[in-house]
Design a protein around this ligand. Structure first.
Ligand code: NAD
Length: 282
């Protein structure tokens, strides 16, 4: 058996395309959707992520205002910048690229972003609403995973979904979103015993660990859907996921590739959240 690909490039392109009309409508009402991007320090991966977010904003006609700040900034000054962006009426969404350099408190910054501008969905109110099944900003990567499943008609209802990883950025919100769609959800993590046996129960297996090719072919239930969130740099310098793609695709019926799977969805959902934030001001 050879699994069919869940094409994140295509699904994300469709989402970006549908946003263009919404952006045009907003502009017609005199609203220019605007994302403020805060990059602290010189982390090369963060710089790359910020550059691609700015590029996608430009392609869609979303204004992006970059605040590129030295890592010597104090917590008080960074807090002040967030306060200024919170009260700036031109700004609809605020994104602070993580990780922040040592010495800066990420939670303090995330929790300071105004809930109606929290397009990354990491603030207390966004996370609380997710838990309570109320409408609110949903973190972009797990939201993107759900949109991919939807686009391919993969309905989690009644299925056994296993999520490996319990981060606030991916694993936990993804588990809650799958639960919201009526899956029976198991969350696995670094202390889980018998991980292979847990994976073998999964109709939908989502992997967000950060370890290259960690999930093996014989961990997969025949016909399962496998979503690989991981981004790792392989020995050959190329991007590789948390799943051993070649081996796993022999057992799965659907699989996301790396690159070209979840990655493009994350940026598309950031754009989606920014447009929703702008629409709320209309
Ligand atoms: P994290 O380091 O915060 O969390 C990793 C999780 O994996 C932890 O909950 C940990 O318990 C679990 N884990 C670690 N070792 C394990 C093991 N041996 N067995 C079982 N579980 C184990 O990472 P994160 O921020 O959630 O990111 C996970 C991966 O997803 C990374 O590769 C990251 O680069 C990638 N990621 C991709 C996107 C995207 O847009 N595609 C977005 C965010 C993160």
């Amino acid at each position: 058996m050879s699994a069919q690909l869940i094409d994140g490039k295509k699904v994300s392109a469709d989402i970006r395309e549908s946003l263009k009309q919404e952006i045009a409508d907003l502009k017609g009402k005199g609203i220019d959707p605007c994302l403020a991007v805060v990059l602290v320090g010189e982390n090369p991966a963060s710089k790359k992520y910020v550059a691609s977010k700015e590029k996608t904003c430009a392609e869609l006609g979303i204004v992006s205002i970059a605040h590129k700040i030295p890592e010597t900034i104090s917590q008080a000054d960074l807090n002040k910048l967030i306060d200024d962006l919170n009260s700036d009426k031109k700004v609809h969404g605020i994104l602070v690229q993580l990780p922040l350099p040592k010495g800066l408190d990420e939670k303090e910054v995330m929790y300071r972003i105004a809930p109606d501008k929290d397009v990354d969905g990491f603030g207390l109110q966004s996370l609380g609403k997710l838990l309570l099944d109320e409408p609110g900003f949903v973190a972009c990567t797990p939201h993107g995973v759900m949109k991919m499943l939807e686009a391919y008609g993969i309905d989690p209802s009644g299925k056994h979904a296993v999520v490996i990883g319990r981060s606030v950025i991916v694993g936990k919100p993804l588990a809650l979103l799958l639960l919201r769609k009526n899956a029976t959800v198991t969350i696995c993590h670094s202390r889980t015993q018998n991980l292979k046996e847990e994976c073998l129960k999964a109709d939908i297996l989502c992997v967000a660990i950060g370890k290259a090719k960690f999930v093996k072919g014989d961990w997969i239930k025949k016909g399962a859907t496998v979503v690989d969130v991981g981004i790792n740099v392989g020995e050959d310098g190329k991007l590789v996921g948390d799943v051993d793609f070649q081996a796993v695709q022999e057992h799965a019926s659907w699989i996301t590739p790396v690159p070209g799977g979840v990655g493009p969805m994350t940026i598309a959902m950031l754009m989606y959240n920014t447009v929703q934030a702008a629409k709320k001001t209309a």
